[in-house]
Write a protein that binds this ligand. Structure first.
Ligand code: ATP
Length: 320
């Protein structure tokens, strides 16, 4: 292996730049040429590929987003374009690539792998929805952003004795909402993984009110069975308390990555380079109990994501 590529794909996440920096600098240290592929698989199909040197990744470690840009590529879902992508990589002499993205990006990587390209996948998504790793790159920063927002919302919500429904990202996996609910002291959390009875949410608010708890924070993942706007209306009607909706939306995607995300990005990228250098078969890299681990890429997307019921129950215990 002489020349490797690196791309970011799917939704951006804080820490992607730290990963790119580590791939480039560890790659060059290992005697490899590192080429950056712009705009994920879409840019690959357009041949947007350039060689990177140490200084091309200077001053990006602390920045959210991705200097390589990212995209969702409809074309790349089709086998004929996947063939084309491999042809382009071969034209550039790129034998292996590091793909930084979520589950869709890993599926794309698997297509390249089946066509003879070595692929090392890093879990780049704020959603924490990849089962093979404890955490994904960007999740910690996203939750930190949500916690900062909760603190501010608490101030005003307590001043007005009001209930606030906060919607956060997470279509299939509610980890951002769940962790933010535990660490941010929410009264209730609604997740895609759990069917929620809205009456129970209202009852909790009323019971709290009767005990003298005059304001409440309700966390809702965007993929929960009831949408936050509808929930806000129902809570206001049933509890008789002023209830506001806050949608944090893309705020959660940006910002300087936390220590945890920088370390996760830097160390998984270092491992990816080591595996490519050693001509390993394609792997997905992440962490297990704090250690860097690498599993066969073909296996990781079949692993079911387990739901943390204990953490979910704890939200209730802590807010009684
Ligand atoms: P996020 O978790 O932030 O949504 P993601 O990587 O899951 O990130 P997707 O939009 O699902 O984001 O996937 C990114 C790109 O990967 C897609 O636009 C497509 O080009 C490619 N991709 C996704 N699924 C497949 C698949 N089954 N086969 C080939 N390529 C795929």
């Amino acid at each position: 292996m002489k020349r490797i590529g690196v791309l970011t794909s799917g939704g951006d996440s804080p820490g992607m730049n730290a990963a790119i920096r580590s791939v480039v600098r560890c790659g060059i240290e290992a005697g490899l040429e590192v080429w950056g592929i712009e705009r994920g698989y879409e840019g690959l199909l357009d041949g947007e590929i350039r060689q990177m040197d140490r200084s091309s990744v200077g001053d990006i470690l602390h920045r959210g987003g991705t200097i390589l840009k990212t995209a969702r590529s409809e074309r790349f879902m089709e086998p004929k374009w996947q063939d084309k992508a491999v042809e382009i990589l071969k034209t550039f002499g790129i034998e292996g690539i590091v793909v930084i993205g979520g589950d869709g990006s890993l599926r794309g990587g698997l297509e390249l792998d089946s066509r003879g390209i070595k692929v090392m996948a890093l879990p780049g998504t704020i959603d924490n929805d990849l089962s093979y790793t404890d955490y994904t790159i960007g999740f910690d920063t996203a939750v930190a952003t949500v916690l900062e927002a909760i603190s501010k919302i608490r101030d005003t919500s307590s001043a007005h004795n009001r209930t606030t429904v906060i919607e956060v990202m997470g279509r299939h996996c509610g980890d951002i909402a769940l962790y933010a609910a535990v660490a941010g002291g929410a009264e209730y959390v609604l997740l895609p993984e759990v069917e929620t009875d809205v009456n129970k949410v209202c009852l909790k608010i009323i019971e709290g009110n009767n005990r003298g708890k005059l304001h409440s924070i309700i966390m809702v993942a965007e993929g929960a069975s009831i949408k936050s706007a509808e929930l806000t209306k129902i809570i206001e009607e049933k509890t008789g308390k002023e209830t506001k909706q806050v949608v944090l939306s893309y705020l959660q995607r940006g910002g300087s990555p936390t220590l945890n995300d920088r370390m996760l990005a830097t160390l998984t990228a270092e491992k990816a380079v080591e595996l490519l250098k050693n001509n390993s078969q394609s792997k997905a890299i992440g962490t297990c109990n704090g250690n860097i681990v690498a599993y066969d890429l073909k296996d990781v997307l079949k692993m079911p994501k387990s739901f943390n019921q204990d953490l979910y129950d704890l939200v209730d215990v802590l807010s009684k």
